[in-house]
Design a protein around this ligand. Sequence first.
Ligand SMILES: CC(C)(COP(=O)(O)OP(=O)(O)OC[C@H]1O[C@@H](n2cnc3c(N)ncnc32)[C@H](O)[C@@H]1OP(=O)(O)O)[C@@H](O)C(=O)NCCC(=O)NCCS
Length: 169
Amino acid sequence: MESRTAFQSKTIMTDLVLPSETNPINNLFGGELLARMDRAASIAARRHSRRIVVTAAVNHVAFNRSIPLGSVVTVEAKVSRAFSSSMEVFLDVWIEDRESGECIKANEAIYTFVAVDETGRPVKVPELIAETKLEKERYDAALRRKQLSLVVAGKMKAADATELKALFI
Ligand SMILES: CC(C)(COP(=O)(O)OP(=O)(O)OC[C@H]1O[C@@H](n2cnc3c(N)ncnc32)[C@H](O)[C@@H]1OP(=O)(O)O)[C@@H](O)C(=O)NCCC(=O)NCCS
């Protein structure tokens, strides 16, 4: 199976924050941002695998900065590592200053997607090639994050999470 670069999965979604998508203090509702990130990440995972993909886990979300009504929000998603059937997808969220046009990082998140066949059974995905310094950093740490996610989900024994444990020794 032919390997693909992280860049080949890159997905960018830009949209406005409308009144129906805000909380009582006029900032973007967290669930709305999660949904936008899920959509962008699923497209990135589909571009990498060229298969049907399903969200298996939300590994990390940091709502570092609130996003006001009327903001222009850009969600950028890229596959950071592919395993057997699962793919880790990194998301960076930016808001655009209206006057300067400058993009400010607002949030980030990490999702896990699994490629499946028409019956929902996991199928193999191509390997991912990390090219830039940031892509390589994210690639290197992805196995530890996968192990942590599986341990937290009760799908892996902590004793078997070798690379994760090595962080604490
Ligand atoms: C995701 C799903 C396909 C996994 O199926 P499964 O029977 O657990 O299959 P497996 O145990 O073989 O796991 C498949 C892959 O998912 C990974 N995985 C499963 N749960 C995970 C978790 N919580 N965190 C990280 N990876 C996970 C496994 O490590 C494995 O990865 P690999 O093949 O790359 O090594 C299945 O749980 C599912 O269909 N879930 C519902 C998905 C869905 O509907 N999402 C939308 C939510 S509304």
